[in-house]
Write a protein that binds this ligand. Structure first.
Ligand code: AMP
Length: 285
């Protein structure tokens, strides 16, 4: 059975003991309800590091009022079984009380990179994300931490925080894992009805269409975005929150996709907020 560690001090002691014995330590932070996207991060961590810790914590600080904090899927025992199959040395699963004891008052934020897209739709979201990631990195003290490109703005903010504040950790960002029909895996897909899920395929279709347009030589952002938007709007059923082609390092709008551009999109299906993205102009995209 994979041990479940509940206390910050206990987690730090365990991690220090492993690293003291010469083991490299990999870390995968998650909110649980694990799927193949999470498990791909685990496998990469496993391949790279002698010891791997996963955290499972539905972080209240990154949910806004009226968001899905209460109904967010939770399945610690199911997650433990999935982790046993890929191999994991400890699950760090602290309570909100343990992470944010009375008097907790210090936060990490990046107002510039959080001003747009997910940050604009969800005020305070990235402040919550950066604060919890900073704390988790201090508690676990990994050599390498693994994140998914599915949450592209989050991955950039984490990389920026680690560089700006000199966290002694390497950040690895891995490609989005998709269902066979193209839908990016997400714990929130569990909220979708079969019919809603079919409509949600508009997101990945939009990315594929823009990628095909790019492969045909189109470099104008306006044309690439128009192609993606057509796919999102026809057939109707998705409500588009944003669609943009940005510089992957700054998240500022591009006029032309040269040499690369990150196509970002978010839409709601029956009230469920879904995001996806694709890097155009790179074989990895
Ligand atoms: P979450 O549990 O949603 O907070 O996600 C935990 C980590 O898994 C984050 O680094 C996500 O970017 C990553 N992740 C979520 N979905 C996917 C996916 N479909 N492919 C790859 N990574 C993912």
């Amino acid at each position: 059975m994979i041990p479940i560690v509940r206390g910050c001090a206990e987690m730090t002691r365990l991690a220090r003991a492993w690293r003291g014995a010469g083991a490299s330590l990999g870390f995968v932070p998650t909110m649980g309800a694990l799927h193949e996207g999470h498990l791909s991060l685990m496998r990469a961590a496993r391949a790279r590091c002698a010891r791997v810790v996963v955290s499972i914590f539905v972080n209240p600080l990154q949910f806004g009022p009226g968001e899905d904090l209460e109904r967010y899927p939770r399945d610690l025992e199911g997650d433990r079984d999935k982790l046993a199959a890929v191999g994991c040395d400890a699950i760090f699963s602290a309570s909100a009380q343990e992470m944010y004891p009375p008097g907790f008052a210090t936060h990490v934020s990046n107002e510039r990179l959080a001003a747009r897209f997910e940050g604009a739709l969800r005020p305070g979201h990235f402040r919550g994300v950066l604060t919890v990631v900073a704390k988790l990195l201090h508690v676990v003290q990994p050599d390498v931490a693994f994140f998914g490109q599915k949450d592209a703005q989050q991955a950039l903010l984490v990389r920026r925080m680690v560089a700006d504040l000199a966290f002694p950790v390497e950040i690895v960002v891995l490609p989005t894992v998709r269902a066979p029909d193209g839908l990016a895996l997400s714990s929130r897909n569990a909220y979708l009805s079969a019919e809603g899920r079919a409509r949600a395929l508009g997101l990945s279709r939009a990315l594929t269409a823009a990628r095909a347009e790019h492969a045909r030589g189109e470099r104008r952002a306006a044309a690439l975005l128009a192609r993606a938007r057509r796919e999102l709007e026809e057939p109707p059923g998705l409500s588009v929150d944003y669609l943009a082609l940005v510089d992957p390092e700054t998240f500022e709008d591009l006029e032309r996709c040269e040499p690369v551009g990150l196509l970002l999109l978010a839409a709601r299906v029956d009230g469920t907020h879904l995001i996806d993205n694709a890097l155009l102009g790179s074989p990895a995209g």
